[in-house]
Design a protein around this ligand. Sequence first.
Ligand code: FES
Length: 186
Amino acid sequence: MTEPHAPDFSDDNKRRGFIVKIAAIIVGGVTSIIPAIFAGGFFLTPLLKKKEDSAETDGFVRVGSSASLVPGGPPLAFKIRGIKKDAWTTYAEADIGSVYVKMDAEGVLTAFNATCTHLGCTVNFKAEENSFACPCHDSAFAFDGTRTNEIPPRHMDALDVELRNEDELWVKYESYRAGTSEKIPV
Ligand code: FES
């Protein structure tokens, strides 16, 4: 049988109580912060990953060989294969667009996104007129990509292009919003 005893108000007992309270606060804080960190990481991962990806690839994709380009000749169309991604999902490799690449008589390369700046159809190269035209609403562009009628709001979108490893054509593929006079990346 337990003997009744007077409450212990000694300094030691107060200190013990204080330490127990502090320990409870720390443990409680840690157990609620850890899930929050994991949840934050889950939601932010796609954004952080996007940054890593762009740093790794530098945005350039290999589109083909320069061997088939004739200096001073017509542009050639190349499909762009890539991995489609949105913020959460990565899709299998697929066609994501196309580009025209040409080489002038001095060997200087030029590339255009083949997407019409009017409303996004694919522009054709008309060899007989040495110019570009869009079949959807008749946008017309000169050989150098400048618009030649008032239908498209801007010229064809020029892209960076490089020759690597002697004959590999690499294009920095970027898409821009159609229907605006400004070149706005999408
Ligand atoms: S989408 Fe090309 S002319 Fe309209």
